[in-house]
Write a protein that binds this ligand. Structure first.
Ligand code: SAH
Length: 212
């Protein structure tokens, strides 16, 4: 990153920190990932605003404030691996890659996944493993995970994902409940999830199957 771009991203991190109570490590992660690379051409000037942006295929790159919140809620301090459902632009995965040893991320829309994978390569983020698929099935190859993050809203948590989470592991998901979406923290105890609602939110829904 050149100096000007580094300054812009540091400033973005500081702006986020004014709105969300994130720790120093997370601020550092935001400062070290160039958000410009994750927004579509024509939106570069908006990359440093705290808004969600369209990324094509009727999908969105989440607001950096939302990414920050989800990251904070994951309690990553003693976590080694994270599985993300809904890679999208790859921005959330890139932030996570600075905070844990391994990030696995799944996207159901293949063209989006290809673009995200290209970004990870450009940035040298070699600890991100990304694949096209239906994230509701998880990714058994790298399981178990310490954390699972839904970047799209599910109506329930599939058993396959509970099976791929370590005992005591945490799932953060914007759970669809009727017309409302609530960011919810779920901790695995035995074969049960102990849920705590956190706050209302707006994510795109989890959709079944893969789109080529
Ligand atoms: N984390 C992304 C946010 C993308 S929006 C970012 O930082 O930009 C949510 C994404 O979830 C969309 O790209 C959507 O296609 C994807 N998605 C929805 N249902 C899915 C499923 N079942 N499996 C994998 N990805 C899914």
């Amino acid at each position: 990153m050149d100096k000007l771009t580094a300054t812009k991203n540091l400033r973005l991190a500081q702006e986020i920190a004014k709105q969300v109570d994130i720790d120093e490590r997370i601020i550092g992660a935001f400062a070290s990932i160039n958000r410009e690379l994750f927004v579509p051409n024509g939106f570069k000037n908006s990359a440093y605003k705290l808004d969600a942006l369209p990324i094509g295929a009727k999908q969105w790159i989440s607001s950096p404030v939302t990414v920050a919140k989800m990251t904070q809620y994951l309690f990553l301090r003693n976590a080694d691996s994270v599985l993300e459902i809904g890679c999208g632009s790859g921005y959330q995965a890139a932030i996570l890659s600075k905070l844990v040893r391994r990030v696995c991320t799944i996207e159901r829309i293949e063209p989006l996944l290809r673009e995200a994978t290209e970004r990870f390569r450009t940035l040298g983020l070699h600890n991100i493993f990304a694949k096209a698929g239906d994230g509701q099935e998880g990714w058994s190859r790298y399981a178990p995970y310490d954390r699972i993050l839904f970047s799209a809203a599910p109506s329930h948590i599939p058993q396959a994902l509970i099976d791929q989470l370590v005992e005591g592991g945490i799932i953060i998901a914007p759970l669809q409940q009727g017309n409302a979406q609530i960011i919810t923290r779920m901790v695995k105890e035995g074969n049960r999830l102990i849920s705590t609602p956190i706050e209302a939110c707006e994510f795109v829904p989890v959709v079944d199957g893969v789109e080529r």
